[in-house]
Design a protein around this ligand. Structure first.
Ligand code: 13P
Length: 252
């Protein structure tokens, strides 16, 4: 059985006070309303990881995640955060290769492979993102590009290491646009990713959780999560509102 995961990517939003208010609402609502074994991850901005983690305490269902990490171990890299810092704060997850990092910060497949290695070496779970921009979807080469992204940053891993990775497929044209992929488009790409993993790793591919991201909302989550190869979601805007996010978690 693959892990079911719903992760909220808060991106660069909220004050500390707002972050803590949202967290306490989520703790209460999720305890009261969410059944089954879905894992919930709150990918907060770096400064809020520690306070939010303190609030969560020993919560079994909800964890924190970082939105990025450095490819370096330590040293003179002003403004960066290393995996060992995250580890020392008991942060179990880290998003790697979000399309906004690729697009605005020039992160490429090779760099992301290094970040994946660093995260795994620190025993963090990388949530590795892939996905095509609109022009690639329109050209019809989206499957090829996503396979290449997965290959460039993950195919150097051993099967044992790959098992510890979570993948998120986030078509760039669906991020923050309100335009979600149809459940068929999501399922098709998730199946392509899983088949590509199987071509190298065989049956291990069946154990990898693949999340969908891109305008996931309370009213489309159920249909997306019902797809055979969709194991949860990576949610941006809708993760900033407690009621909306909890409805998404309940949809799984
Ligand atoms: P939206 O849910 O706001 O489209 O963002 C998706 C995303 O980028 C999650 O990482």
């Amino acid at each position: 059985m693959r892990n079911k995961i719903v992760a909220g990517n808060w991106k660069m939003n909220k004050t500390l006070e707002e972050a803590q208010a949202l967290t306490s609402e989520l703790i209460g609502m999720i305890a009261d309303e969410v059944k089954g074994n879905v894992k919930v991850v709150l990918c907060t901005p770096f400064p809020y990881l520690h306070p939010v983690n303190q609030q969560l305490g020993s919560n079994k269902r909800i964890s924190v995640g970082a939105q990025n990490c450095s490819e370096h171990d330590a040293g003179a890299y002003t403004g960066e955060t290393s995996v060992s810092m995250l580890k020392s704060m008991n942060v179990p997850y880290v998003i790697i290769g979000h399309s906004e990092r690729r697009q605005y910060f020039g992160e490429d497949g090779k760099l992301l492979a290094t970040k994946v290695d660093k995260a795994l070496a620190a025993l963090l779970t990388p949530i590795f993102c892939c996905g095509e921009p609109l022009e690639i979807r329109e050209k019809g080469t989206h499957e090829q590009l996503v396979k290449q992204q997965v290959e460039e940053s993950l195919f150097h891993l051993s099967a044992e290491a790959l098992k510890k990775v979570v993948i998120a497929y986030e078509p760039v044209w669906a991020i923050g646009t309100g335009k979600t992929a149809t459940s068929q488009q999501a399922q098709d790409m998730h199946a392509v990713i899983r088949k590509h993993l199987a071509s190298k790793y065989g049956a291990v591919a069946e154990e990898i959780s693949i999340l969908y991201g891109g305008s996931v909302k309370a009213d489309n989550a159920k249909e997306l999560f019902a797809c055979a190869d969709v194991d949860g979601g990576l949610v941006g805007g809708a993760s900033l509102k407690s009621r909306e996010f909890v409805e998404i978690v309940k949809a799984i």
